[in-house]
Design a protein around this ligand. Structure first.
Ligand code: KIV
Length: 270
């Protein structure tokens, strides 16, 4: 079993082979994804919304990210492991950004980190990448800027903002990013960026023309039900299945139907 590297993803783009990616926040989910053959796993800061019950990704911290990434690492053997650098772990200063990226590599064993932002992040991407740590970019609807956007709206839908995104994508590539996430932008723009760049683009709500696709695992499993963006495809309805299992268990306990004799132990001394 050959591990996926950043070079594997680059050659997949060249061969026109689509890249699959999903999120994980714990070892069990990571192991299931890895065994299923996913190309890369992201410890997304979406952990804040789908696991921690927050209303945005902003409360995610470096210690949360280190903890979740360490436990995800235990479940991954083949896939490339990427972690989101959380809000304010890289924006404040270059030295803080490099130090925090380094902690994710040294203490949590990531293969790459993801950073949101365009030209304003070029120097940060460059410094981290030049220190030997692969960086994935993220443009379009960058959730850490949700307060500035005024909600989770479609981005780069005007000519001027689309032109800016294309420029930012080139800057991010030139700064040394090995791949770029494009979130919630028009599909024609995502196609243009994908054709213009040498590095793979990974879409989420960016249409079918990207080199790969990523979604939040809890969304495709129907586990997270607070809201469902149009770009999510549900492959299971685990929230309903779990609720039914919990209700049946509670009833069995209350009715005295659990545990049954075969679920109980006898002592040898009786
Ligand atoms: O935090 C996240 O899960 C992301 C997405 C791209 C899936 O950044």
């Amino acid at each position: 079993m050959k591990p996926v590297t950043i070079h594997t993803l680059a050659s997949m783009k060249q061969k026109g082979e689509k890249i699959s990616a999903l999120t994980a926040y714990d070892a069990l989910m990571a192991m299931l994804l890895d065994k299923a053959g996913i190309d890369f796993i992201l410890v997304g800061d979406s952990c804040a919304t789908v696991v921690q019950g927050e209303s945005s990704t902003l409360p995610m911290t470096m210690s949360h990210t280190l903890y979740h990434t360490k436990i995800v690492r235990k479940g991954v053997q083949r896939a490339l492991l990427v972690a989101d650098m959380p809000f304010m772990s890289y924006q404040e200063s270059l030295s803080k950004a490099i130090r925090n990226a380094g902690r994710l590599f040294q203490q949590a064993g990531v293969d790459a980190v993801k950073i949101e932002g365009g030209a304003e992040m070029a120097e940060t991407i460059q410094k981290i990448a030049r220190a030997g740590m692969p960086v994935m970019g993220h443009l379009g609807l960058t959730p850490q800027s949700v307060k500035q956007f005024g909600g989770y709206k479609l981005q780069a839908a005007t000519r001027a903002s689309a032109d800016k995104l294309i420029k930012d994508a080139r800057v991010v590539q030139d700064a040394g990013a090995f791949a770029l996430v494009l979130e919630k932008i028009p599909q024609t723009l995502a196609r243009q960026v994908t054709q213009a760049l040498d590095i793979p683009t990974i879409g989420i709500g960016a249409g079918p023309h990207c080199d790969g696709q990523i979604l939040v695992s809890h969304d495709i499993l129907g586990l997270f039900q607070a809201f469902q963006p149009r770009f999510v495809r549900r492959y299971a309805d685990l929230a309903s299945e779990m609720s039914q299992a919990f209700t049946r268990y509670i009833k069995d306990v209350k009715d005295g139907n659990f545990p049954a004799p075969e679920e109980s132990y006898d002592s040898e001394i009786e």
